[in-house]
Design a protein around this ligand. Structure first.
Ligand code: SF4
Length: 239
């Protein structure tokens, strides 16, 4: 039997908002973000290494254990109707009491819940039931980890089976679009569930790459997404 308690805890990096979802099908949607600590991958261009990289950060300083009640207090500021749980890799927490209690309290508060995941973790039954959408971002070769670490077919299929998953890929150019085509075809991911978006940390780079990507992405049957938060706030943290 699952017990739920707002005094349960989770290890988190930050809670911030209200802001907007910057990527994918909910782009522009007003929301709060809850960023959890820890990741099982080591992407060389990771923009949140402070959530996992103990070789560069003192994780005792960058991460804190907070109660679900405390996390909710902050996440509900500004009265959003959607919360994005991100990381790190948030599904690493899904067997904890804190995770179950957080999801349940969010559901009871009427929140839609998006989870950002790297696609290597199978969702547990309670996670699949309570999450509104999984934004799955499998990592391509340029992330640096070996393929058998960053690509877990069983987890991808389990996420597809929830019928709540979309797949987001940050791409640098046409070679990456071709890699996304090969990847999605190999794993039975329908192109209509795929959003491709440009890599970059400034508006000029994003706009230039978006222009290059648009026609090939559309021709491949993919959706196209800007990265709104980067266009507005660059690489500023907590926005
Ligand atoms: Fe960073 Fe995400 Fe890669 Fe983890 S999966 S290392 S959080 S980019």
């Amino acid at each position: 039997m699952i017990t739920l308690d707002v005094n349960d805890t989770l290890v988190i990096r930050e809670v911030f908002g209200p802001t907007v979802q910057g990527e994918g099908p909910s782009t522009g949607r007003r929301c709060s973000f809850i960023r959890l600590g820890g990741c099982n991958l080591t992407c060389q261009w990771c923009d949140t290494p402070e959530t996992w990289d103990a070789s560069r950060f003192d994780l005792r300083q960058t991460l804190t254990r907070r109660t679900v009640a405390d996390i909710m207090d902050r996440a509900m500021q500004g009265d959003p109707d959607m919360v994005v749980i991100t990381g790190g890799e948030p599904l690493l927490h899904q067997r904890t009491d804190g995770w179950r209690s957080l999801l349940w309290v969010l559901v009871c508060a009427g929140m839609e819940i998006e989870v950002e995941t790297n696609g290597t973790q199978e969702p547990e039954e309670h996670t699949a039931r309570w999450v509104t959408r999984f934004n799955v971002s499998p990592k391509l070769a340029h992330a640096g980890d070996p393929a058998d670490k960053r690509i877990r077919p069983g987890a991808l299929y389990a996420l597809l089976e929830t019928r709540k998953a979309v797949f987001k890929f940050v791409v640098r150019g046409l070679d990456d679009v071709r890699e996304v085509q090969a990847f999605t075809a190999a794993h039975g991911i329908p192109p209509r569930l795929v959003w491709v978006m440009p890599e970059g940390i400034d508006t000029a780079t994003l706009s230039a790459r978006l222009g290059e990507l648009a026609d090939p992405a559309i021709a491949a049957g993919f959706n196209l997404s800007h990265r709104l938060h980067v266009a507005i706030w660059g690489d500023e943290k907590g926005r």
